[in-house]
Write a protein that binds this ligand. Structure first.
Ligand code: ADP
Ligand code: MG
Length: 248
């Protein structure tokens, strides 16, 4: 394909630099992510992974550079406006409204999304909430209080709340911590099915098998720089990655 025929990327990060005082946490990062892509982000502790996704979600403003979504420059926009344009963040620690049921939690998320004028009536929102819970496999727990959910079901509810925003890009920053192997696989299967629905996902994860299984491409950061990007097996085999990340 010629450059002119290349489809526009969903997310474009251009020459992004983030400093905290004199410390450069991200140094001139450029990367494109396509629609529906499953993208793994790895690197040792302190390499800049969370800082990068914070600059993408808007939680942090970059010192230099630019973030755009489907051609629109997001750099000046605060997190809530980026969320409305389709960037959803799945939090490390699920923060549901504990005194509400699973369905009510979803309805609250849909209320927020309705600010875009997508959904009007309460009945419509209820149906939309149930349909998301069905997709995520949580429909049988719709009436349960959030406090009664297991860890894995809380992660699924968090994912359902993110889906309520109708995201184009979902960011998952170490969302699997504390889950068993089979639970990790369960959440991965769910995440992987979203790629088929054209939702791109950036996944930060310590569990290397999970990253390998999930990702179409992996990018490895070290000290705020990209040291490798490409197919998972290639990146894992890269000598710099093994040195920096695996301590080999
Ligand atoms: P990772 O997610 O890869 O573990 P982070 O992006 O959290 O790494 O951190 C990258 C570097 O930036 C670390 O050295 C961290 O201490 C530093 N850092 C992150 N946030 C801040 C902040 N708000 N103020 C100062 N330094 C920070
Ligand atoms: Mg981090």
């Amino acid at each position: 394909m010629t450059d002119a025929a290349m489809p526009e990327p969903l997310l474009r990060v251009e020459s992004l630099t983030k400093s905290f005082g004199g410390f450069v946490a991200l140094d001139n990062i450029s990367v494109d992510i396509r629609k529906g892509e499953r993208f793994g982000l790895i690197g040792p502790n302190g390499s800049g992974k969370t800082t990068l996704v914070n600059c993408i979600s808007g939680a942090l403003r970059p010192s230099r550079g630019r973030v755009s979504l489907a051609g629109e420059d997001l750099t000046p926009l605060p997190p809530n406006q980026r969320a409305r344009r389709g960037i959803a963040r799945s939090f490390q620690i699920p923060r549901p409204f504990r005194s509400m049921t699973v369905l009510e939690n979803l309805m609250v998320a849909l209320d927020f999304a309705a600010g875009r004028g997508v959904l009007e009536s309460a009945a419509h929102r209820r149906d939309a909430a149930m349909s998301i819970l069905t997709r995520i496999g949580l429909a049988p727990k719709a009436g349960a209080l959030a406090t009664a959910l297991t860890q894995v079901d809380l992660r699924k509810m968090e994912l359902a709340r993110a889906l309520a925003m109708g995201p184009k890009l979902l960011i998952s920053d170490e969302a699997m911590a504390g889950l068993s192997h089979s639970e990790v696989d369960e959440v991965l299967d769910l995440l992987m099915s979203l790629g088929g629905e054209d939702i791109a996902i950036i996944m930060i994860e310590h569990i290397m098998q999970a990253v390998m299984r999930f990702s179409e491409r992996v990018m490895c950061l070290d000290a705020g720089r990209i040291i490798a990007i490409g197919a998972p097996a290639e990146v894992m085999a890269n000598a710099r990655v093994q040195e920096a990340y695996l301590g080999v």
